[in-house]
Design a protein around this ligand. Structure first.
Ligand code: COS
Length: 379
């Protein structure tokens, strides 16, 4: 059965997230962007409302949201500020490997503490020399009976310096390819970990990004998540899920672009009337609406599959790729509707475009998404 009606609980979640996004996040987002400032107080406020670490199950003190619920929240937050979205949802990316493969003891130890206050997790897969070819990672993990020793470095890590702990993917032997990969939790403050903030990003400037350098970092073997050699498939299974909220955040940006463009088109006069009367503008708005509606459908379907226990790599990749392409195009068209005003900070559309560019790149580039989709077709 197909049902497009949200449940009363989902409508409640949406209205909570919408109010927070529009009253707290949206009015401050431009300033955070200008100052490249991490919004401590607002992240704490989101945590207070239960909008952080959405996937932590209720038996561990969390919200225990399903993927469609997460998508609903992600869309609302993405509407207000994609950088703020990344702070919140990169934490859900960090907790997902534990949800999938953590033992009861590991979940208690790492997930429960995240439910009090503004505590973040992070996920470290990419490296300075390895992004799309994730199986070629070079960070080394040497295992003995009691400890794992890590050396190497991880790049582009959202929340890397702020997180309470980070799931780090490393190899026990590069010659084993993906079969040598392990996933291990590294807590903040562990000796030998250096964090280097990355500055100068085009967009999402309130979301902190770091390089993490590991110099003979020793953690208990009890921090290994899942079996030795299964780290790569754990990373892939994680991303099959977390690409859905990326799609949803993109849908939020597409909706915002359409709203901003529509409102400006009514306000701006040219040739003796509001430009909203011009078919050239109307067609742009109509194309944005087509993209928005279809991207939301693809996103909700991918979320629905996750919630049914049937996460689908291709469905998530289609949603993430399509929604982020639609959102980038919508932001660009919103800028075109604004003309010269769209190109400066006075209106929010330039920031929408700068911010959403990253959605086409992170959690797997849209080229990798097409690879995932094509491989599913060839099977
Ligand atoms: N779920 C579970 N297992 C998966 C999987 C998935 N979605 N995708 C692949 N695997 C498993 C395969 O089954 C295979 O295991 P076996 O050999 O035991 O069968 C193994 O992983 C290797 O798969 P594959 O050969 O397809 O891997 P590739 O090295 O060709 O890499 C891509 C595949 C490119 C899709 C992968 O490297 C990728 O997703 N890269 C992008 C990484 C990314 O998103 N980075 C962003 C970091 S977070 S901001």
């Amino acid at each position: 059965m197909v049902d497009f009606e949200l449940s009363p609980e989902q409508l409640q979640v949406r209205s909570l997230a919408r109010r927070f996004a529009r009253e707290v996040v949206l009015p401050r987002a431009a300033q955070w962007d200008r100052e490249e400032r991490y919004p401590h107080e607002e992240v704490a406020a989101a945590a207070e409302l239960g909008l952080l670490n959405l996937g932590v199950p209720s038996d561990l003190g969390g919200s225990g949201m399903g993927m469609l619920d997460e998508a609903i929240v992600a869309e609302e937050i993405g509407y207000a500020c994609m950088g703020f979205y990344t702070i919140l949802m990169a934490s859900d990316l960090g907790i997902t490997p534990l949800l999938l493969a953590g033992t009861r003891e590991q979940r208690e130890r790492f997930l429960r503490p995240l439910t009090s206050g503004a505590r973040l997790a992070a996920f470290a897969l990419s490296e300075p020399d390895n992004g799309s070819d994730a199986a070629a990672l070079r960070t080394r993990a040497v295992l003995d009976d009691h400890e794992v020793t890590l050396s190497g470095s991880k790049m582009w890590i959202s929340n890397g310096a702020e997180a309470e702990w980070t799931v780090v993917f490393a190899t026990t032997d590069p010659a084993l390819g993906h079969r040598g990969v392990v996933a291990v939790v590294v807590e903040r403050g562990t000796p030998g970990v250096q964090t280097r903030p990355i500055h100068g990003k085009l967009g999402q400037r309130c979301a902190p990004t770091a390089e993490l350098v590991f110099d003979d970092v020793r953690v208990p073997r009890a921090n290994l998540i899942g079996a030795v050699g299964e780290g790569f498939s754990l990373a892939m299974r994680t991303l099959d899920r977390t690409r859905v909220p990326v799609a949803a955040g993109s849908v939020g940006v597409a909706q915002r672009a359409l709203d901003e463009a529509t409102s400006y088109a009514h306000e701006r006069q040219a040739f003796g009337a509001p430009i909203a009367r011009l078919q050239a503008i109307q067609f742009k708005l109509a194309d944005m609406a087509i993209g928005l509606e279809t991207a939301r459908l693809a996103t909700w379907r991918a979320a629905w599959l996750v919630d049914r226990g049937r996460p689908d790599a291709a469905a998530s990749a289609i949603a993430k790729c399509y929604a982020s392409d639609v959102a980038f195009r919508a932001a660009e068209e919103a800028l075109n509707v604004h003309g010269g005003y769209g190109y400066v900070d006075e209106y929010p559309v330039a920031k929408l475009m700068r911010d959403v560019k990253l959605n086409q790149i992170y959690e797997g580039t849209n080229e990798v998404m097409r690879l995932v989709i094509a491989r599913a077709l060839m099977r």
